[in-house]
Design a protein around this ligand. Structure first.
Ligand code: F6R
Length: 600
């Protein structure tokens, strides 16, 4: 979602830094963009709906500046137009803002009584006016920021420029990520260090209720009480290639192909020395139950883990959507471990659920991809997936890394609670070590996926079915197709079809099934025959060398259920990808979606 970049320098033009930063944040999803910078001793603001390239074209090519702030906005309060786009400016103050000011209505009413009026429908303009109100009242930046932080309910990462203090950028943070990158005589602030990696990999992370004064020579970070903080300077090591498409047409395809290595990279630290390395994973036998919380794809990874925990290790496991978790009775207890799954580590609903569990002093574990993200700091224990930067909005390699890491966690738990024998665990470890061999033929089978895509890309409804683990995998398959191709696709438990949904099946309705569990397969095949009898076109992923001329069949290698999950998903991902290419959609940045969903 929204991205922010700000820069201040002694000796260089910061406009290219701002535009490059915004471009690097484009993948997160946005619908308008803007920049404010010092020009002829005045703040010049340029904003537009649409893409950063449009903003770049609107900028005067000869402009140069030493201080500025920039923003990509994903609309929450008010339409995606240039009036609502950031930066916002009220009298002395110009700001960009990520997050939501929840009590903006109350603040707006208060400010209107003080004769403030507003041009936009945004909560950010209200926040900007509030900062100006306190600044005019106190004529002191520390007091202004303190009063603002005490008044505002909600989340924010804010960059602020004050008219008569034009050497400094001020930044403040609560529940929205903010880092301060350090280079020689130029300091750069952003919502994500990856946006500014071209310029620096050294950075400070601001925590909630902290703010900073940043200028070309120094960074002074303070707590809301005004105490100067001595923060740790972090260094990040990300390969540049993670952020480039290379010869691939889309990041999504590149990331799907990277699964050849990312799965093993994720689990290798826990299997490289056989059973001994497995012991380095947290001991879950002290908990009676496991709860898993996540959103979207991460939630689907949680469902796969539930299947494995319950069916293989006889350990009860409940999985909840993070957006629902806070509003239900979760039976939280110290005997239950809650696992939070998130690629970005910044998803607002997941963070809110985590804070609830922490407030009850119950144990937490994170399965997170982005290092130094908010969730990675908040959980008691964090295990990282090693998927690398995932740029395409639709999650692929992060999902398989999550599923693989959770599978290995289940494996170590099964060894400890004696539901899995040492021999079986060693077999699974061997399978993971040969993952590249197992997965490569599936990744390379473009002809099959493309020919399926050609059959289905004009359809508007698509059904995915499966039983048990296959049902959970089909949920992720349906999500992939709908988010990037905009074809309506739903997954159903195969046995549920005839309880209602079968009424929607008509001639040529595509039905994609996976049947990879030999005890359940005959039943799923019967369900497929039922939809076939009603005219559906059937595509079946299976591992039995099942033959049926009336279905299109994709065979995957026969493996344990621990590995199967990451194999079945490959055809699902690639069918979605090729279908979307035929429909000509914006695959890496599907409409209305954001990579990091930082609002609840
Ligand atoms: C779908 C997708 C989303 C995310 C969800 C959670 O392809 O990417 O459904 O899985 O928004 O995001 P994270 O994992 O960052 O918490």
């Amino acid at each position: 979602m929204c991205g922010i970049v700000g820069a201040v320098s002694k000796n260089r033009n910061i406009l290219p830094i701002l535009i490059t930063g915004l471009k690097n944040l484009e993948y997160r999803g946005y619908d308008s963009a803007g920049v404010a910078y010092l020009k002829n001793n005045k703040i010049n603001i340029v904003k537009t709906s649409g893409k950063v390239s449009k903003l770049e074209n609107k900028l005067n090519k000869s402009d140069e500046s030493n201080i500025g702030i920039a923003h990509t906005r994903w609309a929450t309060h008010g339409k995606a137009n240039s009036v609502n786009a950031h930066p916002h400016r009220v009298n002395h103050i110009t700001i960009v803002h990520n997050g939501i000011i929840e009590n903006f209505k109350e603040i707006k009413d208060m400010l209107e009584k003080e004769n403030y009026s507003f041009k936009s429908s945004t909560d950010t303009e209200v926040g900007c006016a509030l900062l100006n109100y306190y600044y005019e009242k106190f004529n002191d930046v520390d007091k202004t920021i303190k009063a603002f932080m005490n008044k505002v309910i909600g989340s924010y990462a804010i960059l602020m420029i004050i008219d008569n203090d034009l050497d400094n950028l001020y930044v403040m943070k609560k529940e929205s990520p903010l880092v301060i990158g350090i280079t020689d005589k130029t300091n750069i602030v952003a919502s994500d260090i990856r946006a500014i990696l071209k310029y620096t990999n050294k950075y400070y992370i601001l925590d909630d209720f902290e703010y900073a004064r940043v200028n070309a020579n120094e960074v002074v970070i303070k707590s809301v009480k005004g105490d100067i903080l001595n923060k740790e300077l972090h260094t990040i090591d990300i390969k540049d290639s993670d952020n480039y498409k290379g010869h691939y047409k889309h990041y999504m395809l590149k990331e799907i192909m990277e699964q050849k290595t990312t799965i093993l990279k994720t689990v290798l630290p826990f299997i490289k020395e056989g059973l001994d390395s497995l012991k380095t994973l947290p001991d879950l036998t002290k908990y009676k139950e496991i709860t898993i919380v996540g959103c979207g794809t991460a939630y689907h990874a949680g469902l796969v883990a539930k299947y494995l925990f319950e069916e293989v290790t006889n350990t009860r496991c409940n999985v909840y959507l993070a957006s629902e978790f806070r509003y239900q009775n979760n039976f939280l207890s110290k005997d239950t471990l809650t696992i939070f799954i998130s690629q970005s580590g910044e998803t607002a609903d997941t963070i809110a659920a985590l804070k609830l569990v922490k407030s009850k002093n119950c144990p937490t574990l994170g399965i997170i991809n982005v290092e130094d993200s908010t969730i990675s700091y908040l959980v008691d224990t964090c295990l990282y997936t090693k998927a690398g930067s995932e740029i395409a909005v639709a999650s692929t390699k992060a999902y398989t890394a999550q599923v693989a890491l959770l599978s290995i966690l289940v494996l170590s738990h099964g060894l400890r609670n004696k539901t899995i024998s040492r021999d079986r665990a060693l077999e699974v470890i061997d399978e993971f070590k040969s993952i590249e061999k197992l997965i490569t033929p599936l990744l390379n089978d473009k002809d099959t996926y493309l020919s399926i895509a050609k059959n289905i890309y004009k359809e508007e409804d698509f059904f995915y079915i499966g039983r048990g683990l296959d049902y959970y995998l089909s949920m992720e398959g349906a999500l992939k197709l709908k988010e990037i191709s905009y074809i309506h696709s739903e997954s159903y438990s195969a046995g549920e079809l005839k309880h209602g949904t079968i009424s929607l099946i008509k001639k040529n309705t595509p039905v994609l099934a996976s049947a990879t569990n030999s005890c359940l397969n005959p039943k799923t095949i019967s369900n497929l025959k039922e939809v076939l009898a009603r005219g559906a076109d059937i595509y079946l992923i299976c591992n039995d060398n099942y033959k049926d001329d009336t279905f299109t069949i994709i065979n995957i290698p026969r493996t344990s259920e621990f590995i199967k999950t990451v194999l079945v998903i490959i055809p699902y991902q690639l069918i979605a990808y090729y279908t979307a290419t035929l429909r000509g959609t914006d695959i890496d940045k599907p409409k209305n979606l954001a990579k990091s969903v930082t609002v609840e």
